[in-house]
Structure formats: structure tokens, C-alpha cells
Design a protein around this ligand. Structure first.
Ligand code: NAD
Ligand code: ZN
Length: 353
């Protein structure tokens, strides 16, 4: 779990005070920041108290993080400085938060990030790392994984060294997220809750967080009397609780199928989950009905025909990637999941997207 967190409007301005006890001589803090903020430096950059050799690296999130991108950043940092940085500070959405966690791990572990995709393969403690979300829903700020696309698969580095040492939750930072993206990433949280609460892996730990996050999502996405500031604060906490809920259970059908879409077509996580979840009445009847209401309430039109032009090889790969995520299927449908789901069943759903 994340050992330290601060929450509140304007909390971002405490960054200097928070990291100063961790500064190790002249070893710099490296800030990895979503390049969307490069053109609005008064929002983030001007508020960062850079000292000595501290460095800001802007990173595009056009594509989701890759193991090769992690390796490049680690090489760049290692070849610039003769010593390990004092810390890595990620400022952005799930993409930047995951990238920052992975870079912090790979600065103290040999080889490529791809070698550590899986469960508990990391041997050495990561460099101190701080997460500062600027969009909420993924739960990446709290989770024990960093999801990366590697040469062979899209899979997380799941380990006890992955979670941030410190998180700063400042609801002001998510205030200007474009509406569609706000909805897609927010729905990632909602879908985490539905998949966790309806899964066979459910336990009291996951349930308590999942139920709270689900209630918050219903309030945020279905009630019209919430002030924007209040809604932003609640969404930050929903994301946190949703992440905690899946930390001790698993996601399910929508995530498995969305990983297939992402791997073959590069469809981003939030929108990919929405596109798939919209067609999963059979597996999550109540969850999908509420999702459709939320979509309508906010006038969201999902992309259609995403699989219209794919080749049969691409479709096979999608199914392979989705079906390889066995714990997700077992959580969704139980130990006997293979009797209910196979490539043919998935192809039918993929073709309908
Ligand atoms: P993202 O980080 O990819 O960002 C989405 C878009 O929003 C980008 O264009 C970004 O520039 C923009 N954006 C971010 N903050 C903004 C702001 N304040 N104002 C304006 N624009 C802003 O999106 P995401 O949905 O947060 O993250 C998706 C990633 O998270 C995927 O790579 C997925 O695999 C990962 N993920 C990780 C976990 C985990 O537990 N580690 C869980 C779920 C998803
Ligand atoms: Zn997700």
C-alpha cells in the first residue's frame, strides 16, 4: 500500500516541503510530466521548486507506456548522472503514473522492463517515487502494478516495490480535463468496481473499498446537484478506493477484452473499456444498464465500428491476448470459465464493437 498521502485543494504546492527530507546530496529529483502541460507552465512547471540538478522531462501520452520507453528513459537518466536520482516524481494520468513507477523500479534492477512483467519478479527496492494524478479513475496512483505494453504482451509489473512512496491528491489538478476523457477515465473506476464486486475473488477487503467507490461513482455521474469542485474531490477518492478494491481482487471481462483491443489496435484503456463494457450485458446486466444511463446523462457517444476493418489474424491475436489473462476470467466466471468462454465467443463480441 502507499504509505503516505496528502489530500486537498492546493496540496500540490507542498511538493518542495514533502520531498526535501528525501533529497540525497546533489542527486536530482526527476519529474516526468505529461506533455499536455508543456504549453501551460503556470499550471505545473512554475510551481515546482527545482534545485541543483533537478530535471523536468515532458512525456507524450499519445500512446500508452511501453517497456521500450521505460528502458530509454532509464538509459537517459543513467547516462546523464553518475548516481541514482533522489527520486522520480510522476505528474499526469495513469500513463505517466505507470511510467514513473516503472522507471523508479528499473533504476535499481538490471535488464529490461519487459523482464519484470508479471507477478513479484522485482528483486530490489525502487528509487523513491511520488505520484501526482492530474486525471482520476484508473487507480494507478494507489495500485501495486504498472501496466506496460511489451514486445510480447500488455501486462503489469506487479510487485511490493511498485506502489508510490508518496501520493499527492490535489483535486484542483483534475479540474480542466476534457469532458470525454473525464468520462472514459472515470468509467475505468466504475468498471473496476463492477468487475471487482461481481467477481469470484471478492472478499471483505475488496468489497468495502469497492462499494464506497461505486456509491461515489453513482453520485458523480448520475446526480446533477454536485458542485464541480465537490465532484472532482469525490472522483479522486473514488479512483483511490476503486484501485484499493482491485488490489485484493481482480478485474474481469471488460478489462481482458480491452487489453486485446489495446494490444492490436492501440485503443486507449479508458475508452477501450467503455467500448467493450457497453456490450457486456450478458456478464454484468445491472452494471451495464447503469453505465448506459451515465453515458446518456452526459451525452457521450462512444466510437463505433472499431473492429470493422480488422483482419482475421488481428482478431485471433485479440482473442489470444484476452484469453491469456486467466486470473481475470477466473475472477469473472469462476474456475470453470473455459466452459463458458473461448475464442469464438469473444470474436462475436469483438465483431460487434
Ligand atoms: P492518460 O494518462 O493516458 O491520459 C489521458 C489523456 O488525458 C491524455 O491525453 C493526457 O494528456 C490528458 N490529461 C491528463 N491530465 C489532464 C489534465 N489535467 N488536463 C487536460 N488533459 C489531461 O489516461 P488515464 O486514463 O488516466 O490512464 C490510462 C493508463 O492507465 C493506461 O496506460 C492504463 O493501462 C493505465 N492503468 C493503470 C492502472 C494501474 O493500476 N496501474 C489501472 C488502470 C489503468
Ligand atoms: Zn482499468
Amino acid at each position: 500500500m502507499v504509505p503516505k498521502v496528502v489530500f486537498g485543494k492546493g496540496a500540490f504546492d507542498q511538493i518542495g516541503e514533502i520531498i526535501s527530507p528525501v533529497r540525497n546530496g546533489i542527486a536530482p529529483f526527476i519529474y516526468l510530466i505529461d506533455s499536455v502541460f508543456e504549453n501551460n507552465i503556470s499550471f505545473i512547471e512554475d510551481r515546482i521548486p527545482l534545485r541543483s540538478m533537478d530535471e523536468i522531462i515532458y512525456v507524450s501520452t499519445e500512446e500508452e507506456p511501453k517497456t521500450s520507453q521505460v528502458d530509454e528513459l532509464v538509459n537517459r537518466i543513467n547516462s546523464t548522472y553518475q548516481f541514482a536520482p533522489s527520486g522520480i516524481i510522476g505528474i499526469g494520468g495513469g500513463s505517466i503514473l505507470d511510467l514513473s513507477k516503472a522507471v523508479a523500479i528499473m533504476l535499481t534492477n538490471p535488464g529490461s522492463a519487459a523482464d519484470y512483467q508479471g507477478w513479484d519478479l522485482v528483486k530490489n527496492k525502487a528509487v523513491y517515487h511520488v505520484g501526482i494524478p492530474t486525471i482520476s479513475g484508473t487507480g494507478a496512483e494507489v495500485s501495486r502494478t504498472t501496466v506496460l505494453t511489451g514486445p510480447e504482451r500488455k501486462l503489469g509489473i506487479n510487485s511490493d516495490f511498485t506502489p508510490f512512496d508518496q501520493v499527492i491528491l490535489d483535486p484542483e489538478l483534475i479540474n480542466n480535463v476534457p469532458k470525454n476523457q473525464w468520462f472514459y477515465t472515470g468509467m475505468d473506476c466504475y468498471i473496476h468496481c463492477v468487475e471487482s464486486l461481481n467477481g469470484t475473488y471478492l472478499n471483505a477487503f475488496s468489497q468495502s473499498y469497492g462499494e464506497k467507490a461505486l456509491d461515489l461513482c453513482k453520485e458523480i455521474f448520475l446526480e446533477n446537484d454536485l458542485e464541480k469542485e465537490d465532484a472532482d474531490s469525490k472522483l479522486m477518492m473514488a479512483s483511490w478506493h476503486g484501485g484499493m478494491s482491485i488490489a485484493y481482487s481482480q478485474v474481469g471481462v471488460a478489462h481482458a477484452m480491452s487489453y486485446g483491443l489495446a494490444y492490436v489496435l492501440g485503443t486507449k484503456h479508458g475508452v477501450g473499456n467503455c467500448i467493450v463494457f457497453d456490450k457486456l450485458e450478458k456478464y454484468y446486466p445491472e452494471g451495464v444498464a447503469i453505465f448506459k444511463k451515465m453515458k446518456e446523462y452526459h451525452n457521450i457517444t462512444l466510437p463505433v465500428g472499431v473492429c470493422a476493418d480488422i483482419t482475421s489474424e488481428q482478431l485471433d491475436t485479440m482473442c489470444e491476448v484476452a484469453l491469456s489473462l486467466e486470473p481475470l476470467w477466473e475472477n469473472a466466471l469462476g474456475k470453470d470459465w473455459k466452459s463458458e468462454v473461448n475464442a469464438e465467443v469473444l470474436k462475436k463480441i469483438y465483431r460487434s464493437l
